[in-house]
Design a protein around this ligand. Structure first.
Ligand code: GAP
Length: 445
């Protein structure tokens, strides 16, 4: 994890937030390559969830909702972590994660391990961030930043059902920021207080719920495999009853073997009719499906939910690779080309050669209309290749003396380091084909 954090910092993927003011615990800002990688994740998720399907529509609901939403959803009463305080070191810990927490008294004892630790009984601590809406700051103006985007979907169920003329099974997908006042954030962006959730609520006839639950576990596993995560690093794990959220009838975590061990990447929950029933009760608006033949029922909900941050860390962890090539250390991000922030680099071999530079600029301008490409003419060519390797650019096109003679360029492949020559006029079509090809991690399965 340290190596990934250091690469992200060095190459401007991620910066600790508010750094010039000493930072703000576990809050991060994303730099250029981080933004591009996140955009690819977002677009590929939307493509699989919305663009390539007939049965799922998109939604973008508000972050701050009527606080009664959180009463109905159970988050005000149930979205808690059990906390203990230590009267000796004055720190606060999650009661269910004492083994992974660090005691305030160094060196690195876990809280409660020695008799000096004086822990209180666990108390419930609500994870929602509170704010006030409007000029008054009293009980009547309290509101919450959403801890999940799902509730914005449930309260719009009727709108979508009517206006999009949908019939179960159908889904509503949403990407947006969510906020949780996590007690023990950490491990880089793996657990943060502000994250981008990607959730899809799939409404189904109740007797089909178990079948659709299995379907979505498989579908989402397939998505991770398609975008390059190795099979051996992925598994599905079913929650025990005690582990499930208050709304869940069954949940399976899709876990990735992060540098910190097997951890939840995505959750696929069967939420039953919990949410629609609760909002019907609390709002007085009936949230049910009524067929043209008079058939009526409250659909059950299957929900695949994942944060951008968990995918981001999994992709980087899977892609990070160090090797020695010609007695030099090479660090490379072996990302699926569809995920790579930059798809190709265009490099004139000699930056003082005006013809080479002009040729390279022309190729760069042709390609950038279609993809994110980089032009780089600074420093030795080997160093330029290594810069591209570190940000995961799958292909580099080099314009050299031969280009000026025969109108061909060298293409260098990031993963195999193979080089071949192509006519410069065919580069755009070649790159289009190369980016469409299936890709497997050079590390194997
Ligand atoms: N609507 C369902 C829901 O919110 P969850 O398991 O609490 O379920 C869904 O969260 C996903 O959000 C998780 O599978 C994980 O990918 C991500 N996630 C949860 N807490 C997070 C945090 N503090 N930082 C980053 N990602 C988080």
């Amino acid at each position: 994890m340290d190596k990934i954090v250091s690469l992200c910092r060095r190459r401007g993927f991620v910066f600790p937030s508010s750094e010039i003011y000493g930072g703000l615990g576990s809050t991060y800002d994303y730099g250029h390559y981080g933004v591009l990688l996140r955009d690819n994740i977002r677009q590929l998720w939307l493509r699989a969830m919305v663009r390539e399907r007939d049965d799922i529509v998109a939604l973008d609901s508000a972050v701050i909702l009527n606080p009664r939403v959180w009463e109905a959803s159970g988050h005000l009463a149930e979205f808690n972590d059990p906390l203990v305080d230590c009267r000796t070191c004055k720190l606060r810990f999650r009661a269910d994660q004492l083994g992974q927490s660090q005691c305030g008294r160094k060196p690195s004892k876990h809280p409660g391990e020695t008799p000096e630790c004086d822990l209180t009984e666990p108390r419930q601590f609500n994870l929602m961030f509170q704010t006030h809406v409007g000029a008054l700051q009293d009980e009547s103006s309290v509101a919450y930043l959403r801890p999940e985007t799902a509730q914005g979907i449930f309260i719009n169920f009727k709108n979508v059902l009517q206006l999009a003329r949908r019939k179960p099974p159908f889904g509503i997908a949403q990407i947006g920021k969510a906020f949780r006042n996590e007690i023990t954030p950490g491990n880089f962006v793996f657990r943060v207080r502000e994250f981008e959730l990607m959730e899809m609520e799939y409404f189904v006839p109740p007797d089909e719920a178990a079948e659709w639950h299995r379907y979505w576990i498989e579908e989402r596993m397939g998505w991770y495999r398609k975008y390059g995560l190795r099979e051996s690093m992925l598994r599905a794990r079913e929650h025990g009853e005690e582990e499930r959220s208050h709304y869940s009838s069954a949940t399976s975590d899709l876990e990735y073997r992060y540098p910190i061990g097997w951890q939840e990447l995505e959750g696929v929950a069967n939420r039953g009719d919990f949410d629609l029933t609760q909002h019907t009760k609390h709002s007085g608006t009936k949230l049910e499906y009524v067929g043209s033949d008079g058939e009526r029922y409250t659909p059950w909900v299957i929900e695949p939910a994942v944060s951008m941050e968990r995918i981001f860390v999994a992709l980087l962890a899977d892609a990070y690779h160090e090797e020695e090539v010609a007695e030099r250390q090479r660090t490379v991000l072996q990302l699926h080309p569809a995920m790579s922030p930059v798809k190709a680099a265009v490099l004139p071999l000699i930056n003082k050669n005006e013809d080479m530079v002009a040729r390279a600029r022309r190729l760069y301008e042709e390609l950038r209309g279609e993809w994110v490409v980089e032009y780089d003419d600074s420093g030795q060519i080997g160093r330029r290749y290594r810069r591209q390797d570190e940000i995961g650019t799958p292909f580099a096109f080099t314009i050299d003396e031969q280009t000026l003679e025969d109108e061909t360029v060298t293409v260098r492949h990031r993963d195999s380091l193979a080089q071949e020559r192509l006519p410069i006029s065919g580069v755009k079509a070649w790159l289009g084909d190369a980016l469409r090809r299936d890709w497997r991690s050079p590390k194997g399965d």
